[in-house]
Design a protein around this ligand. Structure first.
Ligand SMILES: Cc1cc2nc3c(=O)[nH]c(=O)nc-3n(C[C@H](O)[C@H](O)[C@H](O)COP(=O)(O)OP(=O)(O)OC[C@H]3O[C@@H](n4cnc5c(N)ncnc54)[C@H](O)[C@@H]3O)c2cc1C
Length: 422
């Protein structure tokens, strides 16, 4: 397979204007390419808007682990567990679930952690480039996030594997007792018995505004946002010559597929049938507390996040597995409200708005980042599961390196689209 054309001044079409697509667009522009972002919606209005806002470079554990598998039967019977499943969609979900279960084998987990860390360890630097260029520094804080528990023994047991992984990869954290937690976050209940403080991370109180700021810079630099839906790849003389869209054809020298959980059909058109699953997630916006939180707090029993945002407190749910088309079930996050009150006695349970998004996930917890095997000028960039906000810029930078024919300084083998998924 020959490499894609490396010359600057290419016409590049990027499908998807979430954090991954917009970041890729900006890094591609830095190499002098003419970039068109193709998305029917506003930049950053998809899953990149409703997340918990954590640049979580400490999230190096794969999502599905052997420990989670042992808890699975109990979780599926518990209406507030961090994993919910729509039983009528089970037949369609089973192949992904089986592959995810196989990916929990020891060697696979070790490899996945090293590969996730390969990206997370580069994430803050890639964000910093974009933050500087867009002048978006004021959107960020660096308070780290807390994983808090109501039972000390469960907290220790529940974070043991994570602490071991963080130690191994040299990612800093602190273990806090109850009084130290309350010193940091006086609004939390005195029922809280301790916390893991993940100090390496940064936070954004307006994730959507961040992507909008990056998109505004992209437009200022001459980038185009075309409101359109990509339907397939246009071919000429045996090679990809652009995108087929609802409105027509977009001619392009290179195509980047960054359509998050919806990338499957385009990836298949590029020759890669991938087990991409949407891990659906919800948020509720609640009024800002009189005594607000200073950082996102993950409540370990049963597993949800309370994240202070610019316009309220955001309660984000765990995962719901269901088909991509299933309607939202807002009873899932609403069931968490009484539990959230145990952590935050001052919680105001009036729901200001509710939202549902799609974490794009492959069963081995790794994104797909690389060139399509059969089409040297098509690049895949999706599947960033729970950490897409964190990894969007580093992925965007890698894609620009690949388009330019530059060494990204990282072995991309673990993320390649033709890796085995068992
Ligand atoms: C509840 C929740 C909390 C989360 N918290 C965090 C967090 O704290 N930190 C973190 O790092 N990550 C978090 N995530 C994950 C993160 O939000 C996602 O991984 C990330 O937003 C994915 O970005 P993306 O650009 O791949 O996809 P998206 O933001 O979904 O963007 C994809 C875009 O592609 C467009 N598109 C789709 N199909 C087509 C097509 N055919 N043609 C044209 N356009 C198309 C869509 O309109 C969309 O705009 C969370 C996710 C959820 C659900």
């Amino acid at each position: 397979m020959s490499a894609g054309p490396a010359a600057a001044g290419q016409r590049v079409a990027v499908v998807g204007a979430g954090i991954v697509g917009v970041a890729a667009g900006l890094f591609l522009q830095e190499d002098g390419h003419e970039v068109t972002l193709v998305d029917p919606g506003e930049p950053g209005s998809g899953t990149s808007s409703g997340n918990a806002g954590i640049i979580s470079v400490s999230s190096i554990m794969p999502i599905v682990t052997a420990d989670i598998l042992t808890k699975l039967p109990a979780m599926l019977a518990d209406p507030v567990a961090p994993l919910q499943l729509r039983w009528r969609d089970l037949p369609g979900l089973t192949p992904w679930l089986l592959r995810a279960a196989l990916a929990t084998r020891r060697g696979s987990v070790e490899r996945a952690m090293a590969a996730i860390h390969g990206l997370t360890s580069r994430a803050l630097a890639a964000h910093e480039v974009l933050i500087q260029r867009a002048g978006a520094g004021e959107l960020f804080t660096s308070n780290g996030w807390l994983k808090v528990g109501l039972d000390r023994a469960r907290l220790e047991k529940g974070t043991a594997a994570e602490r071991a992984a963080l130690d191994r990869f040299g990612v800093p954290y602190e273990v806090l007792g109850r009084d130290e937690v309350l010193d940091l976050e006086p609004a939390l209940s005195s029922e809280v018995k301790g916390a893991l403080w993940l100090t390496a991370n940064r936070e954004i109180r307006q994730p959507r505004a961040y992507v909008e700021r990056l998109a505004a810079l992209f437009m200022e630099r001459g980038g185009v946002h075309r409101r359109d839906v990509a339907r397939g790849l246009a071919m000429a003389d045996g090679r990809v010559s652009g995108l087929l869209t609802t409105e027509g054809t977009i001619a392009a020298d290179s195509v980047v597929i960054a359509a998050g959980a919806f990338a499957g059909r385009l990836a298949a058109a590029a020759g890669h049938r991938l087990p991409l699953q949407a891990e659906r997630g919800y948020h509720l916006m609640l009024p800002t507390l009189a005594s607000p939180l200073h950082r996102p707090v993950y409540c370990m029993d049963p597993g949800f996040v309370l994240a202070p945002m610019a316009h309220g407190l955001r309660l984000t749910s765990g995962v719901e597995l269901a088909s991509l088309e299933a309607p939202p079930d807002f009873s899932i996050p609403r069931r968490l409200l009484p539990l959230a009150r145990r952590y935050l006695p001052g919680l105001d349970e009036r729901v200001l708005s509710e939202w549902q998004g799609f974490r794009p996930s492959l069963p081995d917890s790794l994104p797909v980042i690389g060139r399509a095997k059969r089409h040297a000028n098509v690049y895949l960039a999706f599947g960033h599961q729970h950490v897409g906000l964190t990894l969007g810029p580093v992925t965007g930078r890698i894609i620009a390196d690949l388009v330019a024919g530059r060494d990204p300084g990282l072995d991309l083998t673990p993320y390649r689209p033709d890796r085995p998924f068992w």
